[in-house]
Write a protein of this length. Structure first.
Length: 83
């Protein structure tokens, strides 16, 4: 198996030169990035508040189904037909 330290050192030297080419002053989100983030945070907050309000209106208690005469016959034991 070939020695991996040579390829690893070659990769590291190439990555290190790429990292030094990046200007640190140009890689910031700036004011526009902050405004977009703040608007998204406010939108999520408003959606969560609305969801909380709507979930408060939901009744989770299940009411029993009303039994009518027709549905009681349909769920009863099957009677053999004569005919």
């Amino acid at each position: 198996m070939p020695d991996m330290s040579a390829s690893a050192s070659l990769a590291m030297t190439q990555l290190a030169t790429l990292a030094k080419e990046v200007d640190e002053d140009k890689v910031t989100p700036g004011v526009l990035g902050f405004i977009v983030f703040a608007v998204m945070a406010l939108a999520v907050w408003a959606l969560m508040k609305s969801m909380n309000r709507h979930m408060g209106k939901v009744d989770f208690a299940e009411s029993p189904a009303p039994q009518t005469e027709g549905s009681a016959e349909a769920t009863g034991p099957a009677k053999p037909r004569q005919g």
